[in-house]
Ligand binder design. Structure first.
Ligand SMILES: CSC[C@H]1O[C@H](OP(=O)(O)O)[C@H](O)[C@@H]1O
Ligand SMILES: Nc1ncnc2[nH]cnc12
Length: 290
């Protein structure tokens, strides 16, 4: 099967990667169903990269409808060790402006309606998630952004991403509550992905593309889809440059990541006592522990 060491998940506004060459569309089945779309595997400056638009290329999936587990499992099946996730976010801080980029290092979970673990059915694991982003990978991403000197884009290193359920945007009371928690940005997808990537021992980092000031800012209109899409179009070209540069840097110097051994001390169930059916289901995630 085709393999790729680096995965890119594209969010709202990033449905394809023009720089990928010699692309192959791969339909992948997983024990958790079909991913959001076929995976596009192609060559980026000599490195095999797997690209997946998380809402489907036609943006047909709500955040709550995303097959998060199938998406991450499909990446694992392709041999992906690093995921760069590009995502549209609202800003919760004055100094984080639309079109800026944030590389968060923390999440707050406000989701309520989604499966966010591969485990259960007789195999139990509790991964450590205190540092939900791979810091080494995040540093490579942030350094790549810095190196490009993008006009009108300020990079914010670190920060907290609130992951809400959606699809409706927040109320002002909620938005102000998150501001009182000192959170930096808000979106609807990345925490769930980061958790599953950690369970699958894939290093994960977020490239958060700021599109709006959510609804808290007295001098800016409340967020609308039009606002998000307008700012993302401005940023989509930049985002692809950033991804390209980050991929180059990862390939040259693949970073170590604690994520790559996340299950070492997290698995509770002795695998020789685990149900064969669940072992088979989680084969791609657990095989090194069999
Ligand atoms: C279209 S605005 C709300 C939508 O945008 C973000 O998407 P993604 O994280 O996939 O870039 C946000 O999470 C919502 O899904
Ligand atoms: N304000 C916002 N809230 C939630 N998700 C978003 N994605 C982009 N802007 C957002």
């Amino acid at each position: 099967m085709t393999q790729a060491k680096i995965g890119v998940i594209g969010g709202s506004g990033l449905y394809k990667m023009d720089a990928l060459k010699d692309v192959e569309e791969i339909e992948i089945e997983t024990p958790f169903g079909k991913p959001s779309d076929t995976l596009i595997v192609g060559n980026l400056d000599g490195t095999q990269v797997a690209f997946l638009p998380r809402h489907n290329r036609n943006h047909t999936l709500l955040p709550s409808e995303l097959p998060f587990r199938a998406n991450i499992y499909a990446m694992k099946k392709l041999g992906v060790e690093y995921i760069i996730s590009a995502s549209a976010v609202g800003s919760l801080k004055e100094e984080v402006k639309p079109v800026d980029m944030v590389v968060p290092d923390q999440f707050i979970d406000r989701t309520k309606n989604r499966a966010s673990t591969f485990f259960g059915e007789g195999i139990i694991a509790h991964i450590a998630f205190g540092d939900p982003i791979c810091n080494n990978l995040a540093q490579i991403l942030a350094d790549a952004i810095d190196s490009l000197n993008l006009t009108d884009v300020t990079l914010h290193r670190g920060g907290t991403y609130v992951c809400m359920e959606g699809p409706a945007f927040s109320t002002k009371a909620e938005s102000n509550l998150y501001r009182s928690w000192d959170a930096t940005v808000i979106g609807m997808t990345n925490l769930t992905e980061a958790k599953l990537a950690r369970e699958a021992e894939i290093a994960y980092t977020t490239l958060a593309l700021v599109t709006d000031y959510d609804c808290w800012h007295p001098d800016h209109d409340s967020v609308t889809v039009e606002m998000v899409v307008g700012n993302l179009q401005k940023n989509a070209v930049n985002a692809q440059k950033v991804i390209q540069e980050t991929v180059k840097r990862i390939s040259k110097n693949p970073p170590e990541s604690e994520a790559h051994s996340a299950l070492k001390n997290a698995l509770f169930t002795p695998l020789d006592k685990a149900p064969a059916k669940t072992k088979k289901k989680l084969e791609f995630i657990l095989k090194k522990y069999f």
